[in-house]
Design a protein around this ligand. Structure first.
Ligand code: APR
Length: 309
């Protein structure tokens, strides 16, 4: 293949991304992790699945960051999960350290790459990644909105017993408690869901979307979601490689849109060969705008904790 994607972290999300990427025949894949043997083992296992699954992508696992050399896209999934007794701030600074060290290697070995951040806390880690790589802002973005909206799409489809692929949804804001699902912009084959689902059920669906990650964590007990996060990330890689100009929500750098600036947060973007090609500004209601700005204000505080003014 003439394209290369580096996946940092060979845990649940990283390995599942690699699997979907291979099946999509998008690029050769290099998976990097600090645990010896794990990326190598998973890489080989995925390669061995190729003849049966019908893909030719090479999947290579390694512990050396230098092996990401020349990658066109880097997917950042490395990070630590929150452990008992660990505060959110502890987790934030530990994951920020991981981002900083990986960013240094990306800058060195894949200086022309697009970077898609998946590690949490998403919007903050994406901001940190952009700062630490110094890459243009159109080349660094965070995967969250595609995940949040695919969850909402699935819930709407389940509610109405219709094809999931017929449902479109829009979710803005930070990837966390403050996200802003937008039922007004959610449709089934173009029909606004307000015409198909009673108000109280729409409220429930929005609420379930906002705590969608937590619902999976509760069920799994150890670890968090990985199939839908990985699927969402692969969708974004395809949009870049195929110059799809796909309209999707993602964590992007704002310069005054929605009255917010100098922050990464979930907004609708046009994703193509130049990365984040445009940010779309929707006409939000006062309430929706307030929720989005509130979400941004929370992140500003956390960025200050990371040393950004
Ligand atoms: N370089 C490379 N890999 C690293 C590094 C590093 N500096 N630090 C940690 N890792 C690896 C771990 O060894 C582990 O294999 O990152 C991997 C993370 O995998 P999991 O613990 O399985 O976590 P996962 O479920 O994949 O989630 C990864 O994505 O959705 C987010 O919240 C989630 O931030 C988390 C991330």
């Amino acid at each position: 293949m003439n394209k290369k994607i580096a996946v940092i972290g060979a845990g649940h999300v990283g390995a599942t991304c690699s699997m979907y990427l291979a099946e999509a025949n998008l690029a050769d894949i290099v998976m990097v992790d600090i645990i010896e043997g794990v990326p190598q083992g998973k890489g080989l296992d995925l390669t061995e699945a190729g003849p049966v699954r019908g893909y030719n992508a090479k999947v290579f696992g390694t512990n050396k960051m230098s092996d990401i050399k020349g990658a066109d896209i880097v997917i950042m999934t490395a990070g630590l999960p929150r452990k008992p007794g660990m505060s959110r701030e502890d987790l934030l600074s530990k994951n920020a350290d991981i981002i900083a060290s990986v960013a240094g290697s990306i800058k060195k070995y894949a200086p022309k790459s697009f970077v898609i951040v998946v590690s949490n806390p998403l919007d903050l880690m994406t901001y940190h990644m952009q700062k630490k790589t110094g890459f243009p802002k159109n080349r660094v973005l965070g995967q969250a909105g595609v995940l949040d909206s695919t969850r909402m799409r699935a819930f709407v489809a389940m509610e109405l017993d219709v094809a999931m692929t017929d449902v479109q949804a829009m979710v803005l804001g930070g990837h966390g408690d403050t996200m802003v699902p937008l039922p007004r912009y959610t449709t089934v084959a173009g029909i606004p869901i307000g015409e198909l689902i009673p108000k109280d059920r729409i409220k429930e669906i929005s609420k379930r979307t906002a705590v969608g990650g937590g619902e999976i964590v509760k069920l799994l007990k150890t670890g968090s979601a990985y199939y839908a996060p990985a699927a969402a990330t692969v969708d974004m890689c395809r949009a870049i490689f195929c110059d799809e100009k796909k309209v999707l929500p993602a964590s992007a750098y704002l310069t005054g849109q929605y009255g917010i600036k100098d922050i990464y947060i979930g907004v609708p973007i046009v994703l193509g060969a130049k990365g984040v090609e445009r940010i779309l500004e929707l006409k939000l209601t006062k309430g929706e705008l307030k929720s989005l700005q509130k979400s941004a204000a929370t992140y500003k505080k956390h960025l200050e904790f990371l040393g950004y003014k």
